[in-house]
Write a protein that binds this ligand. Sequence first.
Ligand SMILES: [Zn+2]
Length: 251
Amino acid sequence: MRCRLICLIMSSLLFAFNAHAVEVCGDLKQGEILLIKDGEKTSLLALRRDEKSPYRFGKIKFDVKQTKWDVQSIKGVSQSKVTPSKKDEAEIARERADVGKALTFKDNSRHDWQKGFILPVEGVISGHFGNQRIFNGVSKNPHTGTDIAAPEGTEVKASSSGKVLLAGGNYFYSGNMVILDHGDGLQTIYAHLKEAKVKAGDEVKQGDVIGTVGKTGRATGPHLHWGASLYNVRFRPHSLLDLNKKKCRSF
Ligand SMILES: [Zn+2]
């Protein structure tokens, strides 16, 4: 009788404990995307390139592995792209405004990201996310995406289904670009395109051709700059590829 009562209390406590356990899935490392599973609800969390440790949200606290980012020296960049003229400043402002608008877009009614992501183009990685970059000897901002070198004209595919927020632009830094929205504040970015093959407002399916590899904007050779952003926090795009297979830890 006594055991029954104790067992009942124990199992209720265990149930109560489990009901509040939150799972955090992914590498607890700067620049990674994580899945947060809280009961039936799964949401996303992006750790910034310079995220401090420990990270806290709600009652959860975990250590964030700090990365020693490499320094990448890039030479042979057109000097006008390293030290912009007064006229270029207006162009840069237009680019910042358009990209900023796309990367702060929120549509919490779509959740395309839940079905996962694919590589937009096959090729050699020629620039890693997070690297501190030096153009023609001048120190510039860290790299916000991953560069994948591929021949000019290679088809670029939508990494996941979504809606086109921005297409083309012929921007100073990014050249022609496409930004796709995958819902819940998550966007993927495709820059330096020779040509965008979609237009703003289009709905695309994962694998659809959205543009071709080029070297428009600030680029020294044909490559795709692939980027990813969650509520305007840039993270390593390749961390999307195993989104639904990440290892989880309970908190
Ligand atoms: Zn890049």
